[in-house]
Design a protein around this ligand. Structure first.
Ligand code: ZN
Length: 457
């Protein structure tokens, strides 16, 4: 909506104002970042974690000449385009499809297929400028903020399951760090804004902005043409807002007017380098999402003591009794109660995790439990439900108990994870009781006693 107003305002200016009197006006009318629940720092942190995942999945080209060329163009756009500062970097990945993608906070990856496809440096600069615009306009996290408003609000405010990295927490909401991530899927409005800011950035950096629109229209033709596979990743994540050439042409009077003669090297030579790159095997694709972190594979402790004496823990709005030799640790809103022997490198091997997710609506116990399980499955290795959810009451509240199983942090073992989800009106309170499969029967009475002792204020 904001975008339409912007174009209307610009069109009006185009009609009324003399092109010379616009330096400030046009700057004011450039698109700005929209609604966002993430901080700029969180964009950067997320991009950093996402980049690690990307570099596991793609082959990063090690050719210095190639990488330097792309970096010179990228840096030129950032500096001369006066783009807001982010820790930008540019890498080339060995992929035949025609694509480039920028992660929140600045990392950017250019497919060798794109280097092959562009007709001139301006077109390459155009794709980079468009991607850079997505970064500074923070379209990825804007999109995620809009898609998951209620859950994200709670999570970013500290309602994460078990603490951990921001990316790990986001996977609980189904926001994965893969090529299918919502963070890389833009709306048509975002596309128009990225075109506009990208084109302006190009003009400032000495590239003809029309080259960007021309190249995107070629991709669009390709999509309907003989080799749609080559462009499908780009066109699926950057939906065509329509009339890109016209839209940019109409803005040309408000952009620096050249000369558009920037050149950071010899594109033909760079393209010949691409052809000579050694063929390398692609690392195994892990598909979408960042997937679970590798487990420590630690030896199972010989003895995990359970004291007969209990102690009360008083949390935010609830109380629970636990064996007095188990320790309580808290990370944001997540509370872990476990014996020292039950913790392995940040993983809970034996113990109980309590947490809650806050919604801006009434809890739907069945549906929200399923969403939670889906989220847990993204973060826990081979997690699956082994029994249907059963209705129980916990602290006089409606609750569901669901028996799950996943890989244990102890070498070669599976574990039982009993998930209890409790309806606290607009909060889903949940408890996960964890023990390795062989020991679960021995720990079940301890867990049951703890669950029975829970009361809510
Ligand atoms: Zn785009």
């Amino acid at each position: 909506m904001q975008n339409r107003r912007l174009f209307f305002a610009l069109a009006l200016l185009a009609a009324l104002a003399a092109p010379a009197a616009d330096a400030q006006a046009k700057k004011r009318n450039l698109p700005r970042p929209g609604f966002n629940l993430f901080s700029k720092e969180q964009d950067i942190e997320l991009g950093r974690e996402f980049a690690k995942e990307v570099e596991r999945q793609f082959v990063v080209v090690q050719n210095q000449e190639l990488t330097d060329y792309v970096n010179r163009i990228g840096q030129r756009l950032v500096e001369k385009g006066e783009l807001e500062k982010y820790p930008f970097f540019f890498k080339v990945v060995q992929e035949d499809s025609i694509n480039a993608f920028a992660l929140p906070g600045g990392p950017m990856y250019v497919h060798t297929g794109l280097l092959r496809a562009v007709e001139n440096e301006g077109q390459l600069a155009g794709v980079l400028a468009h991607e850079l615009a997505h970064v500074v306009l923070r379209h990825g996290t804007n999109q995620a903020s809009k898609a998951q408003f209620a859950q994200l609000g709670a999570l970013l405010a500290g309602a994460a399951i078990g603490g951990g990295s921001l990316a790990g927490q986001l996977t609980q909401l189904g926001i994965g760090l893969g090529m299918n991530s919502v963070l890389l899927k833009y709306s048509r409005n975002a596309e128009s804004d990225a075109d506009l800011l990208g084109a302006y950035t190009m003009a400032k950096a000495g590239y003809n902005p029309i080259e960007m629109a021309r190249f995107f229209e070629r991709l669009e033709a390709e999509r309907k043409g003989k080799t749609p596979k080559l462009v499908e990743i780009f066109t699926a994540s950057h939906p065509n807002p329509g009339n890109r050439v016209k839209a940019i042409e109409s803005q040309l009077p408000y952009m620096p007017r050249g000369p558009y003669n920037a050149s950071e090297g010899d594109l033909k030579r760079v393209q010949s380098l691409v052809e000579k790159l050694p063929k390398v095997a692609k690392p195994a694709q892990t598909g979408q999402g960042s997937g679970p972190a590798p487990l420590p594979n630690a030896p199972k402790p010989e003895r995990v003591p359970v004291s007969q004496n209990s102690r009360q823990y008083r949390g935010d709005g609830f109380r629970i009794q636990h064996p007095d030799n188990w320790r309580v640790s808290q990370s944001q809103r997540s509370v872990t109660i476990a014996p020292a022997e039950g913790l392995v490198q940040g993983h809970v091997g034996y113990g109980v995790i309590l947490n809650r997710a806050t919604f801006q609506r009434a809890v739907n116990l069945e549906r929200d439990t399923q969403t939670l399980i889906d989220g847990l499955a993204q973060q826990n290795s081979n997690l699956r439900a082994i029994e249907q959810p059963q209705r129980i009451t916990v602290g006089n509240r409606r609750a569901l108990v669901t028996k799950l199983s996943s890989d244990s942090p102890y070498a070669g073992l599976r574990e039982i994870d009993v998930l209890i989800t409790v309806d606290l009106d607009n909060e889903l309170f949940y408890v996960i009781c964890v023990a390795p499969l062989p020991d679960y029967p021995a720990f079940e009475p301890v867990f049951q006693q703890m669950i029975r002792s829970i009361s809510f204020d």
